[in-house]
Design a protein around this ligand. Structure first.
Ligand SMILES: NC(=O)C1=CN([C@@H]2O[C@H](COP(=O)(O)OP(=O)(O)OC[C@H]3O[C@@H](n4cnc5c(N)ncnc54)[C@H](OP(=O)(O)O)[C@@H]3O)[C@@H](O)[C@H]2O)C=CC1
Ligand SMILES: CC(=O)N[C@@H](CCC(=O)OP(=O)(O)O)C(=O)O
Length: 342
C-alpha cells in the first residue's frame, strides 16, 4: 500500500533531508511541502539539490495544508508541533523532528527549554531496548536530538550489560547544519571556518536531560553525565567520544562482545572491526551510526566512539526509520546504508 507524506519545514535543513530520502522511498509519496516566511516560493530556491522537486511551490504551514496526508513530518522550530497535532487529529501519523515531545519529565523540560511542557510521544530511537514495540502502530513519534542519538547508541550496550558505572562523559564534535539554516551569531562563516569551539558547556545544553532519560531508562537507576558539544567547521556529521568507569572485572573482550551482540541484528548501527575508528565522513548521507569501543586500562574506563550524519540518522533518516516501523513497512525502506567517501 502506498502512503502520502507532507513535509512541514521543507525549506530547512531537516526538511530538505526528509525530502531527499523520501524521493527514494518505495512506499511513501511526497505530498504538500510547507514553510514559514518562504511560503509561496519555489522549493528549488531553497533546496537546489532536490532537482525532481524544484518546481514544487511551498505552501504555508497549517492544519489546512497538512491535512489529508497519511503521514506528516514536522521539521519546524521548537514549540510549533502541539497546536498542529491537535488540529490534525488522531488518524494521521505525525513524526516530529523537533524537541517538543521528547522528554517525560515536565520539570526538566521547563528547566532546559523555558516553556510549558507539551507532553510526551513514543520515542523514535528504534535501537533502544523496547522502543520498537512502542513504535509499532504509533500515530505520534518524537524524533531524538542528534547529539542524543549519537551518545545513546555509543553508551547504552555497556550500561545495559552492567559493564560500566553510570558516571558518563560525552564530548561530541558536530557540524554546523545541526544549528539549522537561520543565521546565528556564532555561525558566521569567518568565525566557524578554521576553528573548533565548545558551546553549551557545564551541563546546560538541552540534550543533557534527554541523554540522561535514555540511559537511566536502560540502567533503571540514576545516571550522572558530563556532556560537552563542540562545533567544528564542517556542514554535517557528529562524532561523540564517550567514556565511563569500568566495573570491577570488566575486560576489553567482554566489552567488545557486548557491543557485537547488541548491534548484531541492527540494520543501521554497526560495531566496526577492531582497530577501525569511526569518522563522520564514513556516515555522510547514510542512515548509519558507526561505533567502536575499547578499554583504557590505565584510566579504568571504557571508551566508546560513535559517528553519524546529524541530518540522516540524527534527524530525517531516523524519522523515516521510525515511521516505517509505525506503519508496518520494512524498517530499512528508503534508507541508505552506504556513506559517501572520500
Ligand atoms: N539540523 C539538525 O541536525 C537537526 C534538527 N532537528 C530539529 O528539526 C527541526 C528543524 O530544524 P532545521 O531544519 O535544522 O531548521 P532550519 O532553520 O533549517 O529550518 C526550519 C524550517 O522551519 C520553517 N519555519 C520557521 N519558522 C516557521 C514558522 N513560524 N512557521 C512555519 N514554519 C516555520 C522554516 O521555513 P522558512 O524558510 O519559511 O523560514 C524552515 O523550513 C528543529 O526542531 C530542529 O531542532 C532535530 C535533530 C537534528
Ligand atoms: C550545531 C548545533 O547547534 N547543533 C544543535 C543540535 C541540533 C539538534 O539535534 O536539534 P534539536 O534538539 O534542536 O532538535 C545544538 O547543539 O543545539
Amino acid at each position: 500500500m502506498g502512503y502520502t507524506a507532507a513535509v512541514a519545514g521543507a525549506s530547512g535543513y531537516a526538511g530538505g533531508e526528509l525530502l531527499r530520502l523520501l524521493l527514494a522511498h518505495p512506499a511513501i509519496d511526497i505530498g504538500e511541502v510547507t514553510a514559514g516566511g518562504s511560503a509561496g516560493s519555489r522549493l528549488g530556491e531553497h533546496q537546489p539539490h532536490l532537482i525532481p522537486l524544484a518546481d514544487r511551490v511551498l505552501s504555508a504551514t497549517g492544519a489546512d495544508t497538512l491535512a489529508g496526508h497519511d503521514i506528516v513530518f514536522l521539521a519546524l522550530p521548537h514549540g510549533r508541533s502541539a497546536a498542529i497535532a491537535e488540529q490534525l487529529g488522531d488518524g494521521v501519523l505525525i513524526v516530529d523532528c523537533g524537541a517538543d515531545f521528547r522528554l517525560r519529565d515536565a520539570a526538566a523540560w521547563e528547566r532546559f527549554y523555558g516553556s510549558p511542557h507539551a507532553g510526551t510521544w513514543p520515542y523514535g530511537l528504534p535501537e533502544l531496548p523496547g522502543a520498537r514495540t512502542a513504535l509499532a502502530g504509533a500515530t505520534r513519534i518524537a524524533v531524538p536530538g542528534c547529539h542524543v542519538t549519537t551518545a545513546t547508541l555509543a553508551l547504552f550496550p555497556g550500561l545495559a550489560d552492567d559493564l560500566v558505572e553510570p558516571d558518563l562523559t560525552v564530548v561530541a564534535v558536530t557540524g554546523t547544519s545541526g544549528a539549522g539554516k537561520a543565521p546565528k551569531p556564532n555561525l558566521v562563516g569567518s568565525e566557524v571556518m578554521g576553528s573548533v569551539a565548545p558551546y553549551g558547556v557545564g551541563g546546560v545544553h538541552r540534550h543533557n536531560p534527554e541523554i540522561v532519560q535514555n540511559l537511566s531508562g536502560v540502567t533503571g537507576g540514576p545516571v550522572k553525565l558530563s556532556f560537552t558539544p563542540v562545533l567544528a567547521p564542517m556542514p554535517r556529521g557528529i562524532l561523540a567520544t564517550c567514556t565511563a568507569p569500568l566495573k570491577p572485572g570488566t575486560t576489553a573482550a567482554a566489552v567488545r562482545d557486548t557491543y557485537r551482540r547488541h548491534f548484531a541484528d541492527e540494520p543501521f548501527v554497526h560495531l566496526l572491526p577492531e582497530g577501525t575508528w569511526p569518522t563522520t565522513a564514513m556516515t555522510l548521507g547514510a542512515n548509519t551510526a558507526l561505533v567502536q569501543v575499547t578499554v583504557d586500562e590505565a584510566a579504568g574506563r571504557m571508551v566508546a566512539v560513535a559517528a553519524l550524519d546529524n541530518l540522516t540518522k540524527g534527524t530525517a533518516g531516523g524519522a523515516i526509520q521510525s515511521a516505517n516501523i509505525a506503519l508496518g513497512l520494512a524498517e530499512t525502506d528508503g534508507l541508505p546504508v552506504a556513506g559517501v567517501a572520500p
